[in-house]
Design a protein around this ligand. Structure first.
Ligand code: ADP
Ligand code: ZN
Ligand code: ZN
Length: 748
């Protein structure tokens, strides 16, 4: 029986950490006038709080009716959330086991208040920069930033949006003015009316590569046909995936359809945003964490009104109110950053598929190293694949060579093998000699990653965490990478006064060794210490792009989608550093990272090479990477996952238990474990409960950590034990924090 829209009752989500949907009375004047997702003020407990109208409700039972409270008033004239987003949020709250009202609150732009419904967007001016025909670079040899700006302009055909240049080369605005004063560049403006494409096709390659052409044709056919479908765009690094996205989004726009593009991290990949900006100008909204609240709200409103139809953003942009959705793109779909690890613990790639399904849209998951989850979906025929096997302009893939560290010590009696082997040093020297750039990758920050007593063997650990302290030479301190506790490096062992050894190489040490071996080289470091905020990060990337840095040493931050044509050598300082982590995805992550970082080499006119230092070159991840054998790696790893019952062959959920008191925490974990075990389906259902057990990192920030892992063939099969855990939450000691994590990203 369907419920009339003007029903006197309604389902409401309460914007508080309470689970479930609640029934409220609807005052006469509001009946039939509220829409799904609309914010309302409601009494809750003794207070009045924020709620979201969900849907009209049928008559509740007689005794409930007596206790029902009434919605006070709407907080906005029309719903900020679209009905489709409300549906998606309901799915996410139930799938990830998180309170719906909290989930809805978290999806809203900050500072959305009722009387701030935005003004109409005005027409914007866009500024163009164009190189004059006689402009040449020779005169700018002594002015690197001007040289960089002009070479960028020349590289893209002489004319580009100022905004694009500023994305690619921060600070370029001022530089362009100087170039204009010198008469090398002209600047002109153009008015852009929203919704009208005004000659923004600059930088649009006249010709697609044959593979791009096939991919675009396949995708536009599916788009034109309409309806939901999912494609994997499997393209090697440098194959021009972005151009495929751009063409598809163009097509959607022509049909009046909206597009949503999710990227791992905007600050790390300014080039991709720059390309979208220059293609679509002010018709896109860029959503990222560095936006000011007011800006974010403005973008939200432009999207909600349909004035702007394209949204580009990080994982939280999955909630962007793009209307009439035609295309959803998830770039670098394998990237772990699509999983949110607090509050509503959603996987934005997975939600992208759900959202597209609800909206009848096309999804493109793009990557050079697709996740095993996605590959399995391809194998089952749920997703179709399009491949780009060649780089643009037939540029060669970089050559990859191994440096076996077990045999690379100059003399066997040397206690430590070198950080940079002779082979690495030689290659770096040659590359620098040719005026080209080098990237050195090591996924560990700091100088030495542990400090050990030579006499008693004690290693220096954090007082509050179960981990070793990292020595940071630049900060002159020992730092805990989990709680950031810092202390001075003692001269001797605190236990026995023995001498201390610094072991385990980090990026600072690599940077120092490069600087010592190549005194003339300009060395930079890209990790969370050196790029502690977005400005420093942007500046570092920009100076590398301007070729003011010759050698860039860094963590996984250097492996992202950067397109630096000057880089012809990539060195992996230690390929094995992340292989030993107690996580079933360790091999996959390692393979992805190594392949991605290798893909930074040889993207310009000069071919690239990759040198990989390893102690364990026969490990699957390293061996397959050395042979660029993605298919072999994936096949083998999938076989292993199947044998061991890990995703993508099972569904997983994790209960994480954390508390100050070790015994209370352990007791709580056991209580949860028992309650969950009682609700396990019969053993034939294939659901397994692992634990409770202390977490791999059993103590962080002074808190004791336990975990319970649940595996089963489907999510539905996990429901019983998870319901039991959820039901127990209100009864557990307040001092213990318990969180449910469905489809966990990391096992630590
Ligand atoms: P991927 O994301 O697959 O690693 P990109 O999208 O970054 O590759 O493209 C690599 C480079 O090739 C970029 O500099 C891009 O501008 C250029 N490019 C892409 N498609 C074409 C094309 N059809 N013709 C010329 N250059 C192209
Ligand atoms: Zn000692
Ligand atoms: Zn610590």
């Amino acid at each position: 029986m369907s419920v009339p829209v003007d029903s006197p009752w309604a389902f409401v989500a309460v914007g508080r950490p309470v689970r479930g949907e609640f029934t409220y009375q609807v005052p006469e004047a509001l009946r039939g006038k509220l829409s799904p997702g609309q914010r309302v003020r409601i009494p809750f407990g003794r207070q009045s709080t924020l709620g979201f109208f969900l849907a009209p409700a049928g008559p509740p039972s007689a005794e409930v009716v007596k206790r029902l409270k009434s919605i006070e008033r709407p907080l906005e004239e029309s719903a900020a959330l679209t009905p489709e987003l409300v549906e998606l949020l309901r799915f996410a709250a139930s799938h990830y086991r998180y309170p719906l009202g909290e989930a809805m609150r978290g999806a809203m732009p900050p500072g959305l208040s009722q009387n701030d419904d935005g003004k109409e967007a005005k027409a914007d001016l866009v500024w163009w920069a164009a190189a004059v025909p006689e402009a040449n670079l020779a005169s700018l040899a002594r002015a690197p930033s001007q040289h960089a700006a002009l070479s960028y302009l020349l590289a893209v055909g002489g004319r580009a949006l100022v905004e694009e240049l500023v994305h690619a080369i921060p600070g370029a605005k001022a530089t362009l003015k100087v170039l204009a004063q010198k008469g090398l560049v002209t600047l002109d403006s153009q008015e852009v009316v929203h919704g009208v494409r005004a000659g923004l096709e600059q930088g649009r390659p006249a010709q697609l590569t044959p593979e791009q052409h096939t991919a675009v044709a396949g995708l536009t056919t599916a788009l034109d046909a309409g309806g939901f479908s999912t494609f994997l765009l499997h393209g090697v690094t440098g194959s021009g995936k972005t151009e495929v996205y751009l063409r598809l989004v163009e097509r959607a726009l022509e049909q009046g359809k909206g597009s949503l593009i999710l990227v791992p991290e905007i600050a790390l990949t300014p080039q991709l945003v720059g390309r979208f900006k220059s293609r679509f100008g002010p018709q896109i909204a860029v959503l990222h964490s560095a936006l000011k609240d007011r800006e974010r709200l403005r973008h939200w409103q432009l999207l909600r009104k349909g004035t702007v139809k394209i949204a580009v953003g990080v994982r939280s942009a999955i909630w962007a109110p793009v209307g009439n959705l035609g295309v959803v793109v998830v770039d670098e779909e394998h990237d772990p950053s699509f999983k949110q690890d607090e509050k509503l613990k959603y996987q934005a790639r997975d939600l992208a598929v759900v959202r597209a399904q609800k909206a009848g849209a096309l999804v493109v998951l793009g990557s050079a190293t697709p996740s095993l989850e996605t590959l399995e979906n391809v194998r089952r025929g749920r997703y179709r694949t399009l491949t780009l096997e060649r780089r643009v302009d037939d540029r060669p893939m970089p050559t990859i060579a191994l440096v076996d560290l077990r045999v690379a010590r100059p003399r066997l009696q040397d206690e430590e093998p070198p950080v940079l082997s002779a082979a690495l040093k030689e290659a770096i020297g040659q590359t620098l000699g040719r005026g080209q750039q080098v990237i050195l990758f090591l996924n560990r920050r700091g100088h030495s990653t542990f400090v050990l007593c030579e006499v008693c063997g004690e290693s220096l650990k954090c007082q509050d965490c179960d981990v070793c302290l990292t020595h940071h030479l630049s900060a002159r301190r020992l730092v805990c990478h989990y709680c950031n506790r810092q202390q001075f490096l003692p001269d001797n062992c605190p236990k026995c006064s023995g001498p201390l050894l610094q072991l385990g190489v980090g990026t600072e040490r690599v940077e120092a060794e490069v600087a010592a071996s190549f005194p003339g080289a300009r060395v930079g470091r890209l990790d969370r210490d050196a790029a502690s905020n977005n400005e420093r990060l942007t500046e570092l990337l920009a100076s590398f792009a301007r070729r003011e840095i010759d050698v860039l040493v860094g963590t996984q931050m250097v492996a992202k989608g950067h397109d630096f044509p000057g880089v012809t050598l990539v060195c992996v300082v230690l390929a094995d550093s992340s292989l030993a982590l107690p996580d079933f995805r360790a091999a996959e992550r390692t393979f992805h990272l190594l392949t991605q970082v290798a893909g930074r080499a040889g993207r310009g006119k000069d071919p690239g090479r990759v040198l990989v230092q390893s102690y364990h070159p026969e490990s699957e991840a390293v061996a397959r990477m050395l042979h660029s054998d993605f298919a072999g790696f994936a096949q083998n790893e999938l076989r292993r996952r199947k044998a061991l019952g890990w995703p993508p062959y099972t569904r997983m959920a994790m209960v994480r238990i954390e508390g100050d008191d070790a015994s209370v925490t352990a007791a709580t974990a056991r209580r949860l474990g028992q309650a969950m075990a009682q609700r396990l389906p019969p053993s034939s259902a294939g659901v397994r409960l692992l634990g409770p057990a202390p977490a791999p990192l059993a103590r962080i920030k002074g808190k004791t950590r336990w975990q319970i892992v649940l595996k089963g063939p489907t999510h539905a099969a996990l429901a019983g034990p998870l319901d039991a855990a959820e039901a127990l939450l209100p009864e557990l000691p307040a001092s213990v924090k318990v969180v449910l994590d469905v489809d966990p990203g990391a096992m630590l």
